[in-house]
Design a protein around this ligand. Structure first.
Ligand code: NAD
Length: 248
C-alpha cells in the first residue's frame, strides 16, 4: 500500500522487537533499510535475513546511539555509500525500572543517554542529508508513560516525555525543509523489554486496556510505516498512540 521504493531508512535498535518489525515493514514497502545494532550483531543479521527472505533489501549498521562519535562515523559512511538518508526511526531505547529512592546516577545517565541523547545525535547526523534532498522523515519511539507517567518508571517516562519535546521542536525547526518529525507512543507491547513483567502485572495492564490485550510489534511498525510514507506528508509534530486505548 505504501511505496518507499528508492528510500534509504535507518532503524536504530533494529535487531529485535519493535525495531525488527519496523525494519521489516519499511523494507517490505521498498525501502533499503540500515538495521542498526549496538552489541548483538547476530540478531541484526537475523533481521536482515528476514528482510531478504521477504524480498527486501538492507544491511546491518553497528553503532551505539549514546556515543556521538560512533553515530556520526556510521551515518556519515552510510550517507556516502547511498547518497543520502531519507527516513530515520529513533527506536533504540532502554528501561531501568525502579522507585525514585533506588535510582542511581548511573542508571539515570544511561537511560537518558540512550533514550534522549541518542535520538538527538542520530537526528543531527541525518538532518543535513535530508535538507539536501528537501525531504525527510524522522520518527521517534516514545511511550504511553511519556504522557501518562507511571510509578516505578520516573527515569524512563521522563526520557520518553522529553522525546516528545524534541519531536515538536524539530518538527517546527525543519518543516520548511520538507522534513516531518513525529512520535509514536506505544502502550504495552510484547517484546524482550516487557518479557520480565510478572503475570499479575501483565493482567493488570490488560485490564486497563480497552482493547483487552497486549500489543504486537507489527502494530507499532504499521504506524511508523504510515508516518514514513508520502501519504503522511501533512503530518508533523504529532504523537500517534498505539496503545489499545490504554491512554486516550
Ligand atoms: P527491546 O528491548 O526489545 O529493543 C530495544 C533495542 O534497542 C534492542 O535491539 C537494543 O539492542 C537496542 N539498543 C539499546 N541501547 C542501544 C544503544 N545504545 N545503541 C543502539 N541500540 C541500542 O525493546 P522494544 O520493546 O522493541 O522497544 C523499542 C522502542 O519502543 C524503545 O524505544 C522502547 O522504549 C519503546 N517502547 C516499547 C514499549 C513496549 O511495551 N515494548 C512500549 C512503549 C515504548
Amino acid at each position: 500500500m505504501f511505496d518507499l521504493a528508492g528510500k534509504i531508512a535507518i532503524v536504530t535498535g533494529g535487531s529485535r522487537g519493535i525495531g525488527r518489525a519496523t525494519s521489516l515493514a519499511l523494507a517490505e514497502a521498498g525501502a533499503h533499510v540500515l538495521v542498526n545494532y549496538c552489541s548483538n550483531e547476530e540478531a541484526a543479521k537475523q533481521t536482515l535475513a528476514l528482510i531478504e527472505a521477504a524480498g527486501g533489501r538492507g544491511e546491518i549498521l553497528g553503532f551505539d546511539v549514546a556515543d556521538p562519535e560512533s553515530v556520526d562515523r556510521a551515518i556519515k559512511e552510510a550517507v556516502e555509500r547511498h547518497g543520502g538518508i531519507d527516513i530515520l526511526v529513533n527506536n533504540a531505547g532502554i528501561s531501568i525500572d525502579q522507585l525514585l529512592l533506588r535510582v542511581s546516577p548511573k542508571d539515570l545517565e544511561m537511560t537518558w543517554a540512550t533514550n534522549l541523547n541518542g535520538p538527538i545525535y542520530c537526528a543531527k547526523a541525518c538532518i543535513r542529508p535530508m535538507m539536501k534532498k528537501r525531504w525527510g522523515r524522522i520518527i521517534n519511539l516514545s511511550s504511553v508513560v511519556g504522557e501518562s507517567g507511571n510509578a516505578g518508571q520516573a527515569v524512563y517516562s521522563s526520557s520518553k516525555a522529553a522525546l516528545l519535546g524534541l519531536t515538536r521542536s524539530l518538527a517546527r525547526e525543519y518543516a520548511s525543509r520538507g522534513i516531518t518529525v513525529n512520535a509514536v507512543a506505544p502502550g504495552f507491547i510484547e517484546t524482550d523489554m516487557t518479557a520480565d513483567l510478572p503475570e499479575a502485572g501483565r493482567q493488570g495492564i490488560v485490564d486497563q486496556t480497552p482493547l483487552g490485550r497486549i500489543g504486537r510489534p507489527e502494530e507499532v511498525a504499521a504506524a511508523v510505516l504510515f508516518l514514513a510514507s508520502e501519504e503522511a506528508s501533512y503530518i508533523t509534530g504529532q504523537v500517534v498512540r498505539v496503545n489499545g486505548g490504554m491512554h486516550v
